[in-house]
Design a protein around this ligand. Structure first.
Ligand code: COA
Ligand code: MG
Length: 270
């Protein structure tokens, strides 16, 4: 594989049937099924399930192995990893109604998706920005607040958020890295729903980090996404491809016997 893989799954158009949910639960590892059954809201269970299915479906395709031969674990700081093969790197992210997956071979990769309208726990955008003050540097805040409308300020906020998170998730270090040491300069390129741009750059303590590429795009008019990759050897960035539940469940063989009770647990969350 010389190109990476970028998949997006819109969970808002998936209302799991009993058969689909039971099959999905049987295709993931027991501890992940257990974790997902612990979510209070069906929406969160669907997003997290989507992530597991995306990973498994992609690995089946890339490695040419059956689902039953794929063993996943969680490494340092909970990051999902493939057991017995360090060459394939992958990462998932979920927010709003999307789950996304980015896969690379022999390259570090991290991905983050954000719904650009969401202001969790704040009554206004100004209040939200106050709460998030420490997430960005002074220069990054200038870049956000320079925008004319509240909507475009939020869009720039979440764009910078995705850039930071995608890098943090790629290196697997968590926000312990110190957000004030990282600073992004946004690409001036025009960005719309049909292109992917890579001109944004990262500096760490003032030093430009050249070996990383940040692929930014929109999934729709509400969700922005960024994949951070080290080190790219081509200039044409990957585009996210939409996959649906049939694409995901096709060619995934159960790891254990399907259990009808899994749907009952899901149904109580609805
Ligand atoms: N590194 C990379 N990926 C990780 C990870 C880690 N340490 N831990 C979990 N993941 C994967 C998992 O697949 C997880 O999904 P799952 O639990 O359903 O399997 C997925 O990433 C979650 O990613 P996302 O949906 O983007 O969640 P998040 O943005 O809420 O959290 C963290 C991402 C946990 C990895 C971490 O970066 C974090 O704590 N962020 C805090 C937010 C913040 O302040 N960010 C600053 C941005 S300016
Ligand atoms: Mg995130």
């Amino acid at each position: 594989m010389n190109r990476g893989l970028r998949w997006a799954f819109n969970t808002s158009i998936w209302s799991p049937t009993k058969e689909e949910w039971v099959l999905a639960c049987s295709c993931i590892q027991a501890e992940e099924k257990e974790r997902i059954s612990g979510f209070v809201h069906a929406k969160d269970a669907k997003l997290s399930m989507g992530g597991r299915l995306l990973i498994r479906r992609a690995l089946v395709q890339l490695l040419g192995l059956p689902n039953t031969a794929i063993k996943l674990t969680r490494g340092d700081r909970n990051k999902p990893e493939l057991v017995g093969n360090d060459n394939v790197q992958f990462n998932v992210s979920h927010d709003g109604c999307y789950v996304v997956l980015a896969v690379e071979q022999n390259r570090k990769v991290g991905v983050d998706v954000m719904q650009m309208t969401r202001r969790v726990g704040a009554s206004s955008t100004a209040e939200f920005f106050r709460q998030m003050n420490r997430q960005f540097t002074e220069r990054e805040w200038q870049c956000i607040l320079r925008e004319d409308t509240e909507k475009s300020q939020l869009a720039t906020f979440f764009r910078l958020w995705c850039l930071k998170e995608s890098y943090i998730k790629a290196i697997g270090r968590g926000i312990g890295i110190g957000l004030q040491h990282m600073e992004f300069t946004l690409s001036p390129l025009t960005w719309n729903q049909s292109n992917t741009i890579t001109g944004s750059t990262l500096t760490l303590d003032g030093v430009v980090v050249n070996e990383w590429t940040f692929e930014e795009s929109y999934l729709d008019n509400e969700h922005c996404v960024c994949a951070a990759v080290c080190c790219h050897d081509n200039n044409s960035p990957n585009k996210f491809i939409e996959v649906n539940i049939t694409d995901l469940l096709t060619s995934l063989k159960p790891l254990h016997t399907p259990n009808q009770l899994d749907y009952d647990k899901y149904f109580t969350k609805l």
